[in-house]
Design a protein. Sequence first.
Length: 427
Amino acid sequence: MNSTEREIYDKYAYKKTHIYLVYEEFERRVNSTENEYDGLKKGECRFDYSSWEKRLNLTHKVMINSIKMLVKEEYIEQRVRGKKGTQSTYFLTRFLEQNWEQNKEQNWEQKKDSNINTLDNIKEQKEERNLEQKKVQSSIYNNLNIKSNINNIYYSSSEVEKELLENNKEIDEEEIIKNRILNNYSKSLIEKELLKLKNSKLNKLELLKELENNLKFISSNKNIKNKIKKGTQSTYFLTRFNSEFDQQKKQQNYQQKEQQNKTSNINALEDICQQNYQQKDKQKTVHSSIYNNLDIISNNNINSSLELKNNSNKQNKTNKKVSEEEINKIWNMYPKKQGKGYAIKKIPNLIKKYGIEQMERCIKRYIEYVENERKTGFKDLQYKNGQTFFNSGYMDYLDENFEEIQKEKSEKENNLILPRKEDDLSF
């Protein structure tokens, strides 16, 4: 039993055994060899519903569900979909992992071989470099020995300095300076400058350095004189102007720095102000949103409290049980006693909805209305049956509706046009 078989066994062997049986059948029929067999590659298997259902004693529906589950959880995958009368081919995904591991091992071995070859090449290159360095060093030492033996050959002062300082560190600085002076300047000039420096109390090395500096200065002045042609004027510069020029430069640099600091400070202040304005705007928006939210919350709370009160009142009205005494009281108030059966069924709901007092007012208003109509000329007007009144006739005599009707009547009476006194003309 491989690892995937064990995993499916733990999942489905006890709960959904049909899935485990189908996978086991795949494991039995799969091509586990590395060569192709009957057109099947490694890890492939042929499948058809009829033969598998007979072999495993499973229904067609159960077979479809089990294959769907195995495909969904990527234990198998369909390579070729079969038509009617042909078989479809499936592939077990565990063989992908085996191929991947084999390829990994092969790549690892190839990398090992390549690393070994590269290490050998690196060693060979290092050995070649060492040999070349040895050859170069030997040639340098030979050249140095040749240079030390040859004294009559003329070298420039700079080259002599470099070679002496780099290769012959044992030579003193005095000899270097001596050689430089002798090679670059004439004897007469050297003697003149030495006479000037006789009285100076200096070491040999310091004396040589000063002599070299003086000779350099004299030679530079000579070069300038040689450059000036006959018939042309020479130009001189007073050194006191150097100090003035330096002071002006310092002042300019100081002023530039001050301006830069001012501009930087101004920019920094502008940035700070912008940040403060942005923060204030944000705070205003936040405060406004908070106040709006508070207003909405307060309004919602008020509305919710009113709704709760109304609902509680309605619930109290609806929850109250109507007694027989209340029903009989309202029925007895109504003048015409026809349609009692329907009316008595309707009265309790009306009492729960509108209350006893409002229903009593409705009946009284209706009686007053009929009596007034009889007085005004409708003597034959009769009361409605109890059934019709308690079904829909009471609606006009509720508090809300009755008040509106009275307002309309009063408006009509006020809008009546009365004759003017001027119109009453005497003929």
